[in-house]
Design a protein around this ligand. Sequence first.
Ligand code: ZN
Ligand code: ZN
Length: 254
Amino acid sequence: MRIKVVGAYGASLATYHLSTFLVNNTIVFDAGSLNIIELEDQLKIEHIFITHAHLDHIVGIAFFIDNIFSLTKNTIYLHAIPAVIDSLKKHLFTKDVWVDFTKLPSEGAPRISFNEVNFGETVKVNGLEVIPLETEHIVPSSAFLIKEGEKNFLYTGDMIRAPKMWEYINKLDRLDGMIIEVSFPDKLKNIAQISKHLSPELLRDELDKLKHRNTDIYIYHIKPMFIDDIVQDLFPKRVDLKLRLLYEDEVIEI
Ligand SMILES: [Zn+2]
Ligand SMILES: [Zn+2]
């Protein structure tokens, strides 16, 4: 499995981009920055998985579809839990703010098509199996477990806690890596709690539930203005785990 980090941050600022991860060249997990990759690479994308409907995870879809619309006849499949798809239909794919690409060029052959997936169900795409798992955030959200052969990789999306996700993950024989969020430093823990995100202290509580202690843990969704504070809070608390920040443009090979 090859994971290219397109956008790793929880804000859009100068050289910091919104959450987007490109897996095996054709599958995308979250799409805040989907429109910033090279056009020829955008044309290879076939499937988009969305954790939740917050703008920082979806806004790139609007411009991505616009970029490729006249250059391909392919349908792009967008996979998410039903509540997320409902929000996208109501608020993103609407003529009021952009273009309803779910009905263009024709309703019978739209450029984008939705696939509702319930928690725990498996979607098979291009050699991967992808399973949404329940997480708690301020809107309906899922993590995605990504399986390729024997290997398991977890992408949490935004969350404050996820007991059902940890229960599922802890039953696996192996976990080959995970991307999990930290948005705010501990001095803003109250804002993290109100917005249902993690701070380093809250992350520690969540990671205490993880059975796979030797897995690689990559941190994403940091608000760039708090990077230094978060690093100071994070690392003294986690010397026992293989934990590091995720950087844009890096490629993780699983
Ligand atoms: Zn977010
Ligand atoms: Zn969010």
